[in-house]
Design a protein around this ligand. Structure first.
Ligand code: GDP
Length: 138
């Protein structure tokens, strides 16, 4: 059993896509074991995306991520890290497969509706960034 962190980014929240994203998780037998809505500060967004600090899009990405509320969730299930990445689709919505969240809703390589951890180590860091052990339903 694996866990992963999912974020519905500010574009997903402001465009009314919270239910749509959650529906896709539930339809794919993914369990939500923690969930909250938060508005990140610039510093929190920079800390979350610290691995991308040297990338040219770091400023723009972290400004975007604190531009409005986000919904943060911990997902649980077998192979859920990869499963969530498949449901999300490729980073660039133009390359994302048909029927994925990003292909269906993203408007931009940056404003791509959802975030999902990409490996067990990042999932562990990212879950701990937003939730403590008492906030996870077992
Ligand atoms: P992810 O794991 O699919 O979210 O992709 P990455 O970890 O590579 O990038 C993190 C986030 O940065 C992406 O989801 C996008 O929001 C943003 N991003 C990635 N590449 C670019 C880019 O070339 N330009 C801009 N502006 N944003 C990008």
């Amino acid at each position: 059993m694996e866990r992963t962190l999912s974020i519905i980014k500010p574009d997903g929240v402001s465009r009314g896509l919270i239910g749509e994203v959650i529906k896709r998780f539930e339809q794919n037998q993914i369990r939500i074991v923690a969930m909250k809505m938060v508005q990140l500060t610039k510093k929190q967004a920079e800390g979350f995306y610290a691995v991308h600090k040297a990338r040219p899009f770091f400023q723009s990405l972290t400004d975007f991520m604190c531009s409005g509320p986000v919904v943060v969730m911990v997902l649980e299930g077998e192979n859920v890290i990869q499963k969530n990445r498949t449901i999300m689709g490729a980073t660039n919505y133009k390359e994302a497969a048909e029927g994925t969240i990003r292909r269906d809703f993203a408007t931009d390589i940056e404003k791509n509706i959802v975030h999902g951890s990409d490996a067990p180590e990042t999932a562990s860091f990212e879950i701990g960034y937003f939730f403590n052990a008492f906030e996870l339903i077992s």
